[in-house]
Design a protein around this ligand. Sequence first.
Ligand code: APR
Ligand code: PHB
Length: 390
Amino acid sequence: MRTQVAIIGSGPSGLLLGQLLHLAGIDTIILERRSRDYVLGRIRAGVLEEGTLNLLDRAGVSDRLRKEGLIHTGFDICFSGERHRIDLSKLTNGKKVVVYGQTEITRDLMAAREASSAATVYEALDVEITDFDTKRPRVGYRHDGQTHEIDCDFIAGCDGFHGICRASVPEDAIVTYEKVYPFGWLGLLSETPPVSEELIYVNDERGFALCSMRSPTRTRCYVQCSLSDTIEQWPDDRFWSELKGRLDPETAATLLTGPAIEKSIAPLRSFVAEPMRFGSLLLAGDAAHIVPPTGAKGLNLAASDIHYLSAALIDFYASGNDAELGEYSRRALARIWKAERFSWWMTTLLHQLPEDGDISTKLQQAELEYLFESRAAQTMLAENYVGLPY
Ligand code: APR
Ligand code: PHB
């Protein structure tokens, strides 16, 4: 088999790259280890920056998003029993974010791919990439009990944090930076209306909490938990009463609760691998970097990688030279590090950090008070939250 770009992984990165290349007349095959339904069953964040929205418009997959997505012009931070609004639009010259689940974006991208003639192989097992230090890289895999091989010009490693693409790079060619946070997020999805029209981030003595949503009838909430906690230790009632205990009493009193549709515990990590290009192998999205979820930058960063990568590949096929591809890693990483900084900052600002001692509580209090008093500090938060320019 032969294609121009072999894409490993059908998460948002792989699907979005496939769609933008398809629109530019570039041939791709997507290889995904899991089934389509498994990929659609993963629940992840859902706050989209304007840059991500514009890219999804360009990819022709934003009809439903533009109809059903919820426009948010601000959010609240709750601290010491009081809610403080961060007016994103006022602080950023009218910018906003849109709340629309990553699962729905994946569904829309899959529908667009199915409507095109582009190939996707789900349940592609034992994917192996070779010769990516040459101009004739190859991808091997197993499907339906048979082995297959693809010849291609480029391999796009969009296979997430645990994928094989980054792991296939020789150790001395890659540098990684990592911080693992000593707590997790317990998330619960329920068919209940959100407690507020906007998101509420909570810094409370009992731990961080977040009230988010997927639609006017569907709530997504999180509480900071211990890394050793299990889902069995968190029946729905315990989750809701813990969340109420962390909210201000007025908000807690209006919170409507209901059974969980989904409940999971996620660890928090900051991670970057440099560079993102190794000859004919190009990494994008979670394969190259992870942010802690505070601030919802994961999907938006995957989108900005794909913005740079799709433009570089389209330029290569139009011009025949790889000057733009040579710039991909540097351009993507410049933006990634700023989002890493922001996600780390927001995480550190809002979570309980007992291992850092009492001084961290005092410093956090001072930083939050400064934030609520200072328009300059709020502007820093707002312009990062709505997304730095590409
Ligand atoms: N072979 C084929 N596919 C693989 C392999 C493999 N060896 N390993 C992983 N995959 C697939 C996974 O099953 C998954 O569907 O690659 C896909 C990677 O998708 P994501 O993890 O969603 O990563 P990405 O597309 O970069 O999206 C980033 O997702 O994790 C969130 O917060 C993150 O929102 C961000 C976004
Ligand atoms: C979510 O809705 O899942 C979400 C929203 C905002 C965040 C993180 C997660 O900062």
